[in-house]
Design a binder for this molecule. Structure first.
Ligand SMILES: N[C@@H](CCC(=O)N[C@@H](CS)C(=O)NCC(=O)O)C(=O)O
Length: 224
């Protein structure tokens, strides 16, 4: 039996954990549990993550929450110079971009995708969608400039910094990104990696199987 367990249906932020596990070629078990009372709020999962949120991992008895902490932990543990920089400066840049993704773009892309793609068409709110697009203009310009100078965020090589930022904004691939061509090319490059394709296929399968009521619940409970 695999000693790494990844909890969470791939439609959720569990996608991030699945992508890094694939990048690292890890032997893992995926437990595609659903949000809410159907899974993440059941007592047995609350014992793993008392927040009742996804994802979580169990790495041979070590429980870890927070999707981006999970990607950083697994990358640092297994990468051996690949994906996770050795140098203090390189590591700090990885943290910088990871925290940037969380604070600057995570919520905006989530709101946009719900009101542009995921909610049933009649329930999408154009005002929320446009507000989200407005919020993303400035940070997307910053990201566009960062990947205009070099192929990846830390330099010539793909690292967990790229994985974290690209995973957070992965649903933006369906946006009109013509105003930020370097960002678009970089995001495409990241999402076309074989490991990303495996995780994206799981995510697409989960998206297609998600009932509208679950999407409504995501929008409602997270005030998106
Ligand atoms: N900051 C957390 C956020 C986790 C989170 O909110 N996950 C969502 C799914 S993507 C969830 O479990 N929501 C539960 C709910 O809506 O009841 C992380 O990155 O892991």
């Amino acid at each position: 039996m695999s000693r790494l367990r990844i909890y969470g249906i791939a439609r959720t932020r569990a996608f991030r954990a699945l992508w890094i596990a694939e990048e690292l070629g890890l032997d893992y078990e995926h437990l595609p549990i659903e949000i809410g009372d159907a899974g993440a709020r059941k007592p047995e999962f609350l014992a793993i993550n008392p927040n009742g949120r996804l994802p979580a991992i169990d790495d041979d008895g070590f429980l870890l929450l927070e999707s981006l902490a999970i990607t950083l932990y697994l990358a640092k543990k297994h990468a051996q110079g690949r994906l996770y920089p050795f140098s203090l400066d390189g590591e700090a840049r990885v943290w910088q971009w990871t925290m940037w993704a969380l604070s600057e773009v995570d919520r905006g892309v989530n709101i946009w995708s719900l009101h542009a793609v995921r909610l049933p068409p009649a329930e999408r709110d154009a005002a929320k969608r446009n507000e989200a697009l407005g919020v993303l203009v400035a940070p997307f310009r910053v990201l566009d400039a960062a990947v205009a100078r070099q192929p990846y965020l830390i330099g010539d090589e793909f690292t967990v910094a790229d994985l974290n930022v690209a995973a957070v904004i992965s649903r933006a691939i369906d946006m009109d990104l013509s105003g930020v061509p370097n960002l678009k090319a970089w995001l495409t490059r990241c999402l076309e990696r074989p490991a990303a394709r495996v995780a994206l296929a799981l995510k697409a399968e989960a998206d297609a199987a998600t009932p509208a009521d679950v999407t409504r619940r995501i929008a409602r409970t997270n005030r998106l």
